[in-house]
Ligand binder design. Structure first.
Ligand code: XCC
Ligand code: SF4
Length: 625
């Protein structure tokens, strides 16, 4: 990366972002792009994974002159250990979110809260029987009790394998068994990763990488999957709905509240409070036309999927949303909330509210959400927002152009339904080559890239090649803003996708949820493989995270690869200091896991890379010459 100052046009592809970056400059507000400039160039030891802080004989940095740390660890060991801890962090994030969902289900089952209920009883019963809980002639709450207990056990050390491995094709499980990476317990794998990477434990880089895979598998097939399934049980399984996206969803004459973070346990109560007639009347009393709720990042995805709440923006839009000067309050739970949200808020009248003890921010107002008080806390938050409305300085308000329409809510249940109850039509379309393959584009923004340039162009290129695209996380917002999430977008797709999606009336790019909802994609992959009697790695599938930044994204990539899905990344994790680790990630994994990582920053070249992979898989299945 060069030190040169980027122009505004080089920072983001979006008009709403560019306008707000310009306004931020005028308002003297520092953003992630400014701070990146000050941090560039980055430390090459850290960037290549060759620095270690795991004990106080160090810190150590590996170079030609000093090829070993004080303890004797070489570059391979250090890189592998750093990567292991990196993805353990990501797995912990998703999985601890999942644990909060279990706590909510447990509280509902034990009648400890009136604020949360079971919205999708049919799903509860379906999931419970899937994981072996007897449902016949039993009260629903008893089943919920058993399910929450079993899910808790998935976090511990009592199970020999995770409950949702019942979904995994036998061939895949055999590979995991032979490699010794069958995930056993979420907390167990994460703790073991911390243990292994302590000085003097796992000093064999490939072995550490295998445990990285195991740790991430416990995220994908348990932590995240449990979070998704319980969220559906408590808040409803997503169904298609129209909504709007970009900063234009903010309303000048309304009290604007944005939810930020990941867990719907907070945001689902906020939307209820926003619709409370008493609070709406209070807002009108204060001179507002009403209360307007919008989403940011993944909790935005959660609310969008289930409630159709409009989306203000993805990761790099979070600071810029405040710069509009029109946001009264941002209520956050956890993950991906830049600490700078506080300093940016301080430049305007915006109030930042935190809700979880796990994620307090100095300078924010903390309103702790618990399962038994979610509703009353949500009302407090909304009241606070309304009170801020009169402090808004109208001279400093600038809301960018009108929002773009998008369709959301494609859960697996909806997909199956749309296909008439079975995967056969999808499989037939894949066999016929109308849909040549399926690619999930997921993950983040990163100011090192022109915002959403890669996310959007990769999606566009793939649908042109008759590859169906599924999106989650911050790529959703990117695709939505690019007009890819409406049925009319089939005009941008190849003839096969146009035919199939056209006949189903669905967009060529389907929104499947938040980042934890990548578990829906795992499930879909497993369903397809089971239906065909093959392994996941035999299918013409791929994953991609073009502009990723987080530990969680690296964990997702790793569980995809370990599940047999080739995964493209725009840039490598900090592993390039070790040839052993890098070769394993981009080649060696292919031999043992049937999938590996591919690195390519250019979205057009990445599309070719993915296309070639899909072609290979189709050939092996005898579907293409
Ligand atoms: Fe975070 Fe989930 Fe990445 Fe977006 S996509 S920046 S991880 S909010 Ni998860
Ligand atoms: Fe250095 Fe080894 Fe300690 Fe790491 S564990 S800081 S390489 S001495």
């Amino acid at each position: 990366m060069t030190k040169e100052k980027k122009t505004i046009e080089e920072k983001s592809i979006w008009p709403d972002a560019q306008k707000m970056i310009r306004k931020a400059e005028l308002d003297n507000v520092e953003t992630a792009w400014d701070r990146l400039e000050k941090q560039t160039p980055h430390c090459t030891f850290c960037e290549s994974g060759l620095s270690c802080q795991n004990c106080t004989m160090g810190p150590c940095r590996i170079s030609k002159k000093a090829p070993l740390g004080v303890c004797g660890a070489d570059g391979d060991v250090i890189v592998a250990r750093n990567f292991g801890r990196f993805v353990a962090g990501g797995s912990a994030g998703h999985s601890d979110h999942g644990r909060d969902c279990i706590e909510a289900l447990h509280a509902v089952a034990h009648n400890l809260t009136a604020d949360y209920t079971i919205k999708d009883e049919a799903k509860l019963l379906r999931i419970a029987s899937e994981v072996g809980i007897t449902c016949e002639d039993r009260p629903v709450l008893d089943i919920a009790k058993d399910l929450s207990e079993l899910f808790y056990a998935n976090y511990g050390s009592t199970l020999s394998e995770l409950s949702f491995l019942c979904r995994v094709p036998e061939k895949r499980k055999k590979i995991w068994r032979e490699l010794g990476i069958t995930p056993r317990g979420v907390d167990r794998e994460i703790a073991e990763m911390m243990h292994r990477t302590h000085m003097g434990c796992d000093n064999d880089a490939p072995n550490t990488l295998l445990h990285s895979a195991r740790t991430c598998l416990s995220d994908g097939w348990a932590g995240s999957m449990i979070a998704t399934e319980i969220s559906d049980i408590l808040f409803g399984t997503p169904t298609p709905r129209k909504t709007m996206v970009n900063l234009g969803i903010l309303k000048e004459d309304h009290v604007n509240i944005l939810v930020h973070g990941h867990n719907p346990i907070v945001s689902e109560k906020i939307i209820e409070a926003v619709n409370d007639p008493e609070l709406i009347a209070f807002a009108q009393e204060k001179g507002a036309a009403g209360i307007n709720l919008g989403g940011l990042c993944c909790t935005g995805n959660e609310l969008m999927m289930r409630q159709g709440v409009p989306m203000a923006g993805n990761h790099l839009m979070t600071e810029l949303a405040i710069v509009t000067g029109a946001v009264e309050l941002i209520v956050a739970d956890y993950q991906c909330i830049m600490p700078s949200m506080i300093t940016v808020s301080d430049c305007y009248h915006t109030k930042m509210v935190t809700t979880s003890n796990k994620a307090k921010f100095t300078g924010a107002e903390h309103i702790q959400f618990e399962i038994h008080n979610g509703m009353s806390q949500a009302r407090k938050v909304v009241r606070l927002a309304i009170e801020r409305f009169s402090s808004r300085n109208n001279d400093r308000v600038e809301i960018p152009q009108g929002p773009i329409e998008m369709v959301t809510g494609f859960s697996n249940e909806v997909l199956l339904n749309a296909l008439g109850g079975s995967l056969t039509p999808l499989i037939d379309a894949i066999k016929a080559g109308d849909i040549r393959g399926v690619v999930a584009i997921v993950g983040c923004n990163n100011p090192k890239y022109k915002q959403d340039h890669c996310n959007v162009n990769l999606a566009k290129e793939l649908i042109k090649k008759d590859i169906l695209v599924l999106v989650t996380g911050c790529v959703t917002t990117a695709s939505g803003k690019a007009g890819l999430l409406i049925p009319e977008a089939i005009e941008m797709a190849g003839p096969g996708i146009k035919k199939i999606c056209g006949s189903l009336g669905i967009p060529p790019v389907l929104h499947m949820g938040s980042c934890i909802d990548n578990s829906r994609i795992l499930q879909l992959a497993a369903l397809l493989a089971n239906e065909l009697g093959v392994d996941i790695s035999d299918l013409p599938l791929a994953g991609s995270s073009p502009e990723w930044y987080s530990e969680k994204a690296a964990a997702i990539g790793t569980y995809c690869v370990a599940s047999g899905i080739y995964t493209h990344l725009g840039h490598p994790p900090n592993i390039t200091g070790s040839e052993v680790v890098t070769n394993l990630a981009i080649n060696g994994f292919d031999d043992i896991l049937g999938a590996c990582f591919g690195i390519e920053p250019d979205p057009f070249k990445a599309a070719d890379l993915i296309d070639a992979r899909i072609k290979d898989k189709r050939k092996a299945l005898g579907l293409e010459e």
